[in-house]
Write a protein that binds this ligand. Structure first.
Ligand code: BGC
Length: 657
């Protein structure tokens, strides 16, 4: 098995959405959905741009902008498709397709240059089998948008270099796509705002194209660009490759996860973070959630601290937006956006779900009650400092951030008369199905952690236990103990939302995703292995795993009490989330699919912190392995306080060099 190659045989228009995610390429600035070159807006082809947002005319929310598709290419007069294969070299971010038609063979390679973030490269091979065929390729300006259109004032130019430029609707930001190629075309074809070259191909033909987005095009051959691109990937793998022997499937799945994390890391810019759906499109408004801090930061902190620092910096820069949001609700300090867009502005609306029965927007409480977000950010900042030793960040905005978040928690706290103990009431924890609850154990711990780190510690309401089980929030134990099948059986529509007061989970103990288990993983020293086990056995059967963030938290928990066989399927579920596809992709008519970076980051966390059990004891790294049966060994590099280290685990032996 080649652990660096993803392949699918057969032309599958019905899998357009999943393949668009499965075969995604990206370089931190541009994400190219894994759609075929001849696909357009109707099949969700997209060049998704990091950090450029727009609000379309008359729309209520903003989303990231998709650029005109300079990679468009279609072969005409081919006859039927006889054979087709799509593949992705995940070591080097190189996408290929090969289609055998009745009258020609078409092979196309493409990559989003890791060496030049504004550049996409494409090489097209055509081999006619008899008579001539026609290749049409150029810039398709019919852009797929969820909540668009975002581009206006289009201008198209032909010539040696093709150019399509436009402005975003709201802020008039320029989006310009150039296309340069190494052969003279036979004809230019204009269709609306799109512009194409036409080649009449009578014999074996190779065309190399370079697409440049929002930068002046610079000359360079395909081969030299490919070499530079591959060299960057090799450098990235040197610090991040996790080697598993004995289990090819696990190796491939984890490689695939790390491939995605690298492809969406904003190395090219300062002040950007990573959206919950990466660069796979506009789902979730291209917004940054707690996913980045809790699920992605561990990977970057250990393998690429400079990138992790950028992710923290994005939040430091977002402090004014968070202060404004706290003020909006009458609180002091900094209340970070639940869905953060450019400049740290809140993108989440009060009505975030549409009722499938009435088609009416439903009031949700993610924006105003999911207050753990500020603490998650401080947690990630402190974890970053603990592992990297980069305390400079603390003096350059970190401490200010922690204090501002602590002030928010103080002003948001409730204190029963005479008790002196802080509680946080009317909140939403990670389990979003139970809204407006009091004393969510996870939220309280995050708030208290923030107060401690800001030097403002207070007495606070710790978790309540019954028989060793932490009560997720006040009153949880009194809820109906319906099992998952019973709750599912109460649904009256397959796309019905389980949360909100009328949802099937709300009055039961069924939870959306890991909540108490997330708490136990983030504060491992506060819970014994036995306590983790008791809580895992209690909560896991009651968890719907309705979020891709859930599986990894349970896998990490299972490793704590030595049950690799429980962790292993959850590891594969996390690592293969985008490979297997088939997750929730539609909410009514709205596409909510896309890639799942938090699951990819979760897969890394399971390998490094679960299977190998890597932790910091004071300032020393230590391993507490729980290796799956199928693995012979697990080995990975990591950086601790600027020093390159390597962890190696086999059954019976482990060590760090
Ligand atoms: C989850 C959140 C998560 C968001 C973005 C939601 O379904 O419940 O925890 O932050 O998706 O991934």
């Amino acid at each position: 098995m080649n652990a660096w190659l993803i392949e699918r045989e057969g032309y599958e228009p019905e899998n357009t959405a999943d393949n668009g995610n499965r075969f995604l390429i990206g370089n931190g600035f541009i994400g190219v959905r894994g759609t075929l070159e001849e696909y357009g807006a109707d099949k969700m082809a997209a060049l998704n741009l990091a950090g450029i947002y727009d609000r379309a005319e008359g729309q209520t929310w903003r989303e990231p902008v998709n650029a005109p598709n300079g990679l468009f290419a279609r072969l005409e007069n081919t006859g039927n498709i006889l054979k087709h294969k799509q593949s992705l070299d995940i070591r080097h971010g190189l996408h290929s397709r090969e289609t055998v038609y009745e009258h020609a063979v078409l092979r196309i390679e493409r990559f989003a240059s890791m060496a030049e973030p504004n550049v996409l490269c494409q090489r097209i091979f055509v081999e006619p089998k008899g008579g001539p065929v026609t290749l049409v390729c150029g810039i398709d300006a019919d852009v797929w948008d969820i909540n668009g259109p975002h581009l206006m004032d289009f201008k198209s130019e032909g010539g040696d270099i093709l150019k399509v430029s436009a402005l975003t609707y709201e802020q008039k930001l320029p989006i310009t796509v150039y296309e340069d190629c190494n052969r003279a075309h036979d004809e230019i074809r204009v269709n609306g705002n799109s512009i194409f070259r036409v080649f009449n191909v009578a014999e074996r033909f190779v065309l190399e194209r370079a697409i440049t987005v929002n930068a002046e095009p610079v000359a360079g051959s395909y081969d030299s660009r490919l070499a530079a691109h591959k060299a960057v990937w090799e450098r990235l793998w040197r610090n991040s490759e996790v080697k598993i022997t004995g289990d090819g499937n696990a190796q491939l799945s984890l490689n695939y996860s790390l491939y995605h994390l690298h492809s969406i890391a904003p190395r090219h810019a300062d002040g950007l973070s990573i959206a919950a759906r990466g660069l796979s499109g506009q789902v979730y408004k291209g917004a940054v959630f707690w996913d980045t801090e809790i699920f992605l930061m561990p990977f970057f902190t250990l393998t690429e601290p400079s990138l992790a620092r950028k992710l923290v910096q994005y939040r430091i820069n977002g402090l004014p937006g968070a202060v404004a949001k706290a003020g909006e609700y009458g609180f002091d300090g900094a209340f970070f956006p639940w869905e953060s867009q450019d400049g740290g502005i809140e993108g989440c609306t009060d009505f975030n779900v549409t009722d499938v029965f009435t088609n009416r927007p439903v009031r949700t409480y993610f924006r105003d009650k999911q207050i753990h977000i500020s603490g998650d950010i401080i947690y990630a900042l402190c974890r970053y400092m603990d592992w990297t030793g980069d305390t400079g960040l603390w003096d350059n905005g970190g401490l200010e951030l922690a204090r501002a978040c602590a002030e928010f928690y103080l002003s948001r706290a409730y204190c029963r008369p005479g008790s002196g103990v802080l509680e946080w009431t009317d909140v939403v924890g990670p389990d979003e199905y139970h809204e407006r609850v009091d004393n969510n154990a996870f939220t309280n711990r995050m708030a208290a952690f923030t107060l401690e780190r800001a030097g403002m510690a207070r007495e606070w309401r710790g978790p309540k236990l019954s028989g060793g089980v932490v009560e997720q929030f006040d009153g949880y134990f009194a809820l109906e103990d319906a099992d998952l099948e019973t709750a599912r059986g109460r649904l009256r529509h397959p796309k019905e939302y389980w949360g909100t007061q009328s949802g099937v989970a709300f009055s039961t103990k069924i939870i959306k995703q890991a909540d108490v288990l997330a708490l136990m993983n983030l504060f491992p020293n506060e819970y014994t292995d036995e306590e983790v086990k008791t809580n895992w056995l209690y909560y896991e059967p009651r968890t719907e795993h309705g979020s891709s963030l859930s599986a990894c938290m349970y896998a990490l928990g299972a490793c704590r009490f030595g049950r690799a066989e429980l962790a292993y399927p959850l590891f594969l579920k996390s690592a293969r989330a985008d490979l297997d596809g088939g997750g929730k992709s539609w909410a009514g008519n709205v596409y909510i699919g896309g890639t799942h970076p938090a699951a990819s980051g979760g897969a890394y966390m399971i390998a490094a912190h679960g299977f190998a059990g890597l932790r910091l004891a004071g300032d020393k790294p230590e391993l507490n392995p729980c290796l799956p049966e199928t693995f012979d060994s697990l080995e990975f590099p990591f950086i601790l306080r600027g020093k390159q280290m390597k962890a190696r685990v086999t059954h019976g032996r482990h060590g760090i060099e």
